[in-house]
Write a protein that binds this ligand. Structure first.
Ligand code: BG6
Length: 489
């Protein structure tokens, strides 16, 4: 099958396109992964022409890659672009797009990718306009890529999906969650299913609990318009963190085929225990950062950020305990947390194993013996760390903690932006790392009771100091006295 002829970027001058999409597409050019036939169309409102856009693109690449920019690859890449000026909410603007798409490309190609890097409220309008302009043709297998958030709750996600399906078949829809493009996240699958020694340990008999953390040092910056309507639960937990949870908890798929993989992920989401309303406050906590200092500089409280109403109840931090009610995970809590303005940028999955059934070393200082941990550091550090005990050399039988650490990337191996992998998959038509609608639906079902509960009250909205690890109140989540957050990979 030939690849697409055109890749149209809606919202081409937006932050996401500038910081993630363009550098990742350039990377694919550099790696020789873009077919000669593929052309890009930048679609945006600004009164520019192709020449002006190409100057902008050169600037973006120079800023991102500096002296490491490969001039020949950059030239090839920039030449692939045409700029179409237009307001995507206006059906008339699509005629220019149509003309561009009808321009023949060299080589064999047959479809168009539409990448919607636009506010979610505009998705439906754009899909309708594409349809009206005759640009949703299924004959050439056009593809449509939508960024998260997919809806703002279960019913809006369903409405959006129904509208998408009026114009596109499911095989044409690519719902992005960029966490699935991260190599360390994909590594969870390889680590679990390519190593036969792991499987016997990967269950409630050996695992005490699982922690999934996505901590950010930065605040919400200029994104109040989006973030204050979203909050951390929608922005991070419903999508990224629940996706990571599915990869930790899923059964082995029969193959890496897109549907086999997603069938197993959705089973995990279906098994997440429904939280009774009267215990929501014990298993789901939220907070906002207060004012303070980070790295010696004063930072504003969440409510004082530009664009945030000073009575906002939107959470910049959320911590939740889930249980996966199935044979493998019965009784094993999954603690998830995410927040902005925390002590460090750190995304990781930490698996804590059970204590040995009988403590043999208790005459030694073994009160301080933490059970074994296996930690997947996702970013910024990328490593797999296993903590085991061995005897400390000397005259006494004292256990000493050993850290078996693998930074799985060799020094010469380049770190890829998560988007590069996902964009290549879109171009090649592989949907394994994209979210199927039943996953979206289940993820909304899982968090909706919490969303509803939080929207009905301003009580128990905690405050945490910027630069800290979040509110101390989250300790109520832990089921045993020896459980607590692990902050270091
Ligand atoms: C995005 C959220 O999906 O992920 C942002 O909207 C968040 O609020 C970002 O900052 C985090 O992504 P990463 O790749 O930096 O962990």
């Amino acid at each position: 099958m030939s690849g697409p002829c055109h890749f149209v970027v809606f919202g081409a001058l937006g932050h996401l396109v500038t910081t993630k999409l363009l550098p990742s597409l350039y990377h694919l050019e550099l790696a020789g992964r873009l077919d000669e036939a593929l052309g890009f169309v930048a679609f945006a409102r600004r009164d520019w022409d192709t020449l002006r856009w190409r100057v902008h693109l050169n600037d973006v690449l120079a800023e991102q890659y500096g002296a490491n920019l490969d001039k020949a690859a950059a030239r090839r890449f920039v030449q692939r672009f045409e700029y179409v000026k237009g307001d995507y909410t206006n059906p008339a603007a699509y005629q220019h797009l149509l003309e561009q798409i009808n321009t023949p490309r060299p080589g064999r190609c047959e479809s168009v990718v539409f990448y919607l890097a636009i506010p979610p409220d505009d998705f439906i309008q754009v899909v309708r306009n594409l349809d009206e302009a005759g640009l949703n043709s299924v004959v050439g297998q056009h593809r449509i890529v939508v960024e998260k958030p997919f809806g703002t709750n279960l019913s809006s996600a369903r409405a959006l999906n129904a509208e998408l399906h009026r114009h596109y078949r499911e095989e044409q829809v690519f719902r992005i969650d960029h966490y699935l493009g991260k190599e360390t996240v994909q590594n969870l699958l390889v680590f679990r299913f390519a190593n036969s020694i792991i499987e016997p340990l990967w269950n409630r008999h050996y695992i005490d609990h699982v922690q999934i953390t996505a901590a950010e040092e930065s605040g919400i910056g200029e994104r109040a318009g989006y973030f204050d309507h979203s909050g951390t639960l929608r922005d991070m937990v419903q999508s990224h963190l629940l996706q990571v949870l599915t990869l930790v908890a899923m059964e082995a798929p029969a193959s890496l085929d897109a549907d086999a993989l997603r069938d197993e992920k959705v089973k995990v989401l279906r098994s997440i225990r429904k939280i009774p309303v009267d215990s929501l406050d014990d298993v789901a906590l939220r907070a906002q950062y207060g004012a303070g200092e980070v790295n010696g500089a004063a930072v504003a409280a969440y409510r004082d950020e530009p664009g945030v109403p000073n009575d906002s109840n939107t959470e910049s931090y959320a911590a939740i305990k889930f249980h996966v009610d199935n044979w493998r995970w019965q009784g094993v809590p999954f603690y998830l947390r995410s927040g902005k303005r925390l002590a460090a940028r750190r995304t990781m999955v930490a698996i804590r194993f059970r204590e040995p059934p009988h403590q043999l070393f208790c005459d030694t200082p073994c009160e301080s013996m933490d059970p074994n941990w296996l930690v997947f550091a996702i970013q910024p550090e990328e490593s797999i760390r296993f903590e085991l005990y061995a005897r400390e050399p000397g005259l006494s039988m004292t256990p000493r903690l050993l850290r078996i650490d693998t930074n799985y990337r060799a020094e010469h191996e380049q770190r890829l932006n998560a988007y590069a992998t996902l964009l290549l998959d879109v171009i090649e038509g592989d949907r394994s790392l994209f979210i199927r609608f039943d996953e979206v639906e289940m993820a909304w079902q899982v968090i909706e009771p919490i969303l509803e509960h939080w929207s009905q009250t301003s009580e128990r909205l905690y405050t945490y100091a910027p630069g800290s690890w979040g509110p101390k109140e989250t300790r109520v989540l832990f089921e045993k006295p020896n459980q607590s957050w692990r902050n270091e990979p």
